[in-house]
Design a binder for this molecule. Structure first.
Ligand code: SAM
Length: 297
């Protein structure tokens, strides 16, 4: 059943009203503040035949807050492929199906991509109701250059994989990439991630956005080392987005900063090996400099 926002005339459309929704509707929901649900999101969630959601209990609370009683079914990374066939059949049957995630914009570090591909390949309609997204909200509050930006989802949880992922971005920077990077991160991994950011990218401008749109929203801005100090003093809690700015210059201080960060926790040999991999500089040169810094105390 298509969902009508109102009897839409061309004038309504110019005024920002909506044509009827049909097909699969990707609906963004709040990232912490219920006030951020949009008027179009309410209409679609209220009028569609079925809402696919990551967690039916969590979405149930959002729907209850709006007195919406539409049927919900789970769609998460473990059942997305298995559910696709029946969702396509319902869409072919002219049902209107909304897809939401636990919070924010579906598909962005959340399920839905494989379903959307299948809907597109089947020639069926997919549309979106845009709304909250933590990455873009953090970006515009960070004070870092907003363009270009690269959003990378969550960094790998294991240190070796995380360092390797950061190092390949750093290699891309050495080949000319210059962009603000954005990651989601769990609060208990923030300090290790900051440490690896400093090791690989140096002590550059960064920001940590916490609890965006909520009562305790805070954005800490400064170099990575300052943010490390802040979150060592007071461990981070809540939902977190981490950003670093593009490289400013490629001066030798950068090498020293990375070596100092690595030497704080590693032997000279290991620190030199890490920084050499991270920067692509010859290991002999990096080792010689590491020895010097180490001997200076
Ligand atoms: N799809 C969502 C979006 O559009 O932002 C993101 C889903 S992802 C599974 C959840 C992660 O986003 C959290 O672990 C956190 O890193 C980040 N995040 C979500 N809400 C946030 C908030 N209010 N403030 C800061 N970061 C947030």
């Amino acid at each position: 059943m298509p969902v009508a926002a109102s009897a839409a005339s061309p004038d309504d459309l110019r005024d920002g009203q909506s044509a009827p929704f049909h097909g699969l509707v990707l609906v963004s929901t709040p990232i912490g503040n219920l006030g951020d649900i949009s008027a179009r999101a309410r209409i679609a969630l209220n009028g569609c035949d079925l809402i696919l959601c990551e967690d039916t209990r969590r979405t149930g609370r959002l729907l209850a807050s709006m007195d919406i009683h539409t049927r919900t079914e789970p769609l998460h990374e473990h059942n997305e492929d298995a559910r696709t066939g029946s969702v396509l059949a319902k869409l072919r049957n002219n049902q209107t199906i909304a897809l939401v995630s636990d919070a924010g914009t579906p598909l962005v570090s959340d399920p839905g991509y494989r379903l959307v591909r299948a809907v597109i390949e089947a020639g069926l309609t997919v549309t979106a109701i845009p709304g909250p997204n933590a990455a873009v909200t953090a970006l515009i509050l960070s004070g870092l250059p907003p363009l270009p930006f690269m959003f990378l989802g969550f960094p790998p949880a294991k240190q070796a994989a995380r360092r390797a992922a950061f190092s390949s971005l750093r290699a891309a920077e050495r080949a000319g990439l210059s962009t603000t990077f954005i990651w989601y991160e769990a609060p208990h991994r923030l300090l290790e991630t900051l440490e690896d950011l400093q090791l690989v990218f140096g002590d550059r401008a960064a920001a940590v956005a916490r609890e965006l749109t909520k009562y305790y929203e805070t954005v800490q801005r400064g170099n990575v080392s300052r943010l490390t100090e802040v979150f060592t003093r007071e461990p981070a809690r809540g939902e977190i987005t981490v950003l670093i700015g593009p490289p400013e210059t490629d001066d030798p201080e950068d090498l020293d900063g990375r070596l100092r960060a690595a030497l704080a926790t590693q032997t000279v040999k290991d620190a030199a090996a890490l920084v050499s991999t991270a920067t692509g500089l010859p290991r002999k040169i990096v080792y010689a400099r590491a020895l010097q810094i180490h001997s200076e105390g």
